[in-house]
Design a binder for this molecule. Structure first.
Ligand code: ASP
Length: 582
């Protein structure tokens, strides 16, 4: 038996017990006549004491050789500690050691295994197994487990069945590139790793599974943006015989339950907003509604004077920054520089200070009088003491720019409280999205999403106006889930492929299996998927998902610990019939 107790278990009620513990040496303090060792395992830290008077001499000698991260086993007696440590649960006792067994030695670790470590990101990634010994990472992984268990329990209780779908599949177009896997047995052919189990979960509905879920890895070969992983985890769900309302209700229930069980916070009905409203009010389809600064569109109150910049603009829109009237000229200039950065891309910014005395001072006083500015204030909801920031230009661009500014200001003003949870459903997404590069419409969600039946006639005349039965669940400005009601008949699916520019032959070659299945009594169905890593990170009050993933990839998509991706040898390539022309 390696141990009778864990390192987080013993209390004063265990005093005088004979115990066996095993774990890692966190640190040692050698006072000559006495040696203390902090012994650590997943459950906590217990202090060991080797005492010249009470511990056998050879054991004391051996204890002197212990280094950080040695793995040891000890036997001893639980005694009351003289100087108690109130900060840890085992802080009132220590173990008077009688026997010491070194199970394995350790070379000096490249960084300290402490909550606050001296190791930088790269080195911690390379030695991730050591990083996992640290509380912040260990706790994050345990937290992830807790969320996963809660999800599984909740969905099982609601009658969902977890079904595994294959990883070696054929490409599913979801907007990203596929990772591909060469097939040795089928020369020259490739599998693709799923971007999501989308078509399979739909086929499970055709198969009569009724309610499916899976906590599942998905793979997308995208250019890596900050905090994206090429492989990530979804809570993937699908239900048959449902309308959008049924799905929103079930998954609102799941999310509410998670926030309650995990965070102890009760949340009422989730607000809903259409995509059009979200874009108009927040310039963003995943607005953070924990704070205000709603957009005020100023065209009607700003395009009647001689200010050409505004008169020429498709949209003039502003937000009121709480307390911003006190910003100095320099601070405002910095803000203007910020919106002009290439990442944001505004050409400039007009501002209005709403003075405490009820007057206004703007950067366009030459063109606008106090009455005009008062109207801007009421449209943006600005109060005395606020600063109105106004951008103008093409609608699409300006909204994105002002949204970026809104988020930046919220960050600076500390309005994004990680302990507050503000979920929001965004519904009625457009079905199609114009892609500048390919000059074609693409499915905004994916090609299996059902158009709103009443909008189908617009498919030919105004494809961009067709709305989909598609929805996203947004939490604190992050899209944590998204889904749709699916097309479940062959004709509509064929029509959709046609509008996405597939020839009937191409559609058949890629998705014949799905359209065939639709001919055998496919039930109406729909579903959604949550981004599990992100959901866990948000519930854990963190911005980055990396610490919630045991072995994440770095920003270049590399696993620096195992050094992947890597070359494969010539024999392997030959077997796979791949000729590299490097
Ligand atoms: N497969 C979709 C996705 O990965 C989710 C869904 O429509 O259920 O975004």
């Amino acid at each position: 038996m390696y141990r009778s107790h864990s390192c987080g278990q013993l209390r004063t009620s265990d005093i005088n017990k004979e115990v066996t513990l095993a774990g890692w040496v966190q640190k040692t303090r050698d006072k000559g006549f006495m040696i203390w060792v902090d012994l650590r395992d997943r459950y906590g830290i217990t202090q060991l004491i080797f005492d010249e008077e009470r511990t056998p001499k050879d054991v004391v000698e051996k204890a002197k050789t212990l280094g950080r991260e040695f793995v040891i086993q000890i036997k001893g007696t639980v005694i009351e500690r003289e100087s108690k440590n109130k900060n840890i649960p085992t802080g009132e006792i220590e173990i008077l050691v009688r026997e010491l067994n070194i199970l394995n030695e350790s070379i000096v670790p490249p960084f300290t295994i402490e909550d606050e470590t001296d190791g930088g990101e790269d080195i911690r990634m390379k030695y991730r197994y050591l990083d996992i010994r640290r509380n912040p990472v260990k706790n994050s992984l345990m937290f992830r487990h807790q969320v996963a268990m809660q999800v599984r329990n909740y969905l099982s209780q609601e009658g969902f069945i977890e079904v595994e779908t294959p990883y070696l599949i054929k490409s599913t177009p979801e907007g990203a590139r596929d990772f591909v896997v060469p097939s040795r047995m089928n020369e020259g052919q490739f599998y693709a790793l799923p971007q999501s189990p989308q078509t399979f979960k739909q086929l499970l509905m055709v198969g009569g599974m009724d309610k499916y879920f899976q906590i599942v890895k998905c793979f997308r070969d995208e250019d890596l943006r900050a905090d994206r992983q090429p492989e990530f985890t979804q809570i993937d769900c699908e239900m048959a015989f449902v309308e959008q309302e049924d799905i929103l209700n079930i998954f609102e229930g799941l999310t509410r339950n998670l926030i309650k069980e995990i965070k102890g916070i009760e949340i009422g009905d989730f607000p809903r907003m259409t995509y059009d409203e979200a874009m108009k009010i927040y310039g963003n389809d995943k607005p953070d509604i924990r704070f205000g600064m709603k957009f005020g569109e100023l065209n009607t109150v700003a395009q009647h004077k001689d200010f050409k910049v505004f008169n020429d603009a498709e949209l003039v829109v502003g937000i009121a920054v709480p307390g911003g009237a006190s910003y100095t000229r320099k601070e405002i200039d910095k803000l203007i520089d910020w919106v002009k950065r290439p990442q944001v891309g505004a050409l400039g910014m007009i501002y209005v200070k709403c003075n405490e005395d009820g007057t206004y001072k703007s950067s366009v006083d030459k063109f606008y009088d106090q009455d005009d500015l008062a109207k801007w204030a009421s449209t943006t909801g600005a109060k005395a003491g606020d600063l109105i920031c106004v951008l103008s230009g093409p609608t699409h661009k300006v909204r994105a720019q002002l949204s970026a500014l809104r988020m930046e200001l919220a960050e600076r003003l500390d309005l994004r409280n990680p302990e507050e949870f503000a979920p929001l459903w965004v519904v009625d997404f457009p079905l199609l999205e114009w892609d500048e590069e390919t000059e074609r419409y693409h499915a905004m969600h994916h090609p299996f999403t059902s158009p709103k039946p009443e909008d189908i006639p617009l498919l030919d005349s105004k494809p961009g106006d067709v709305r989909a039965n598609a929805y996203d669940l947004v939490l604190n400005g992050n899209e944590i889930g998204g889904g749709s009601i699916r097309i479940h008949d062959k004709e509509t699916q064929a029509l959709m492929f046609d509008h996405l520019g597939f020839t009937p032959e191409e559609a058949k070659a890629q998705f014949g299996f799905l359209m065939d299945a639709f001919q055998y009594g496919a039930p109406p169905h729909g579903g959604l998927a949550f981004g599990f890593d992100r959901l866990v990170a948000i519930l854990g009050g963190q911005e980055t998902i990396r610490d919630f993933i045991a072995f994440p990839k770095n920003n270049s998509g590399r696993d620096v610990m195992i050094d992947a991706p890597a070359n494969i040898d010539a024999t392997q390539l030959k077997e796979l019939n791949i000729k590299l022309d490097l």
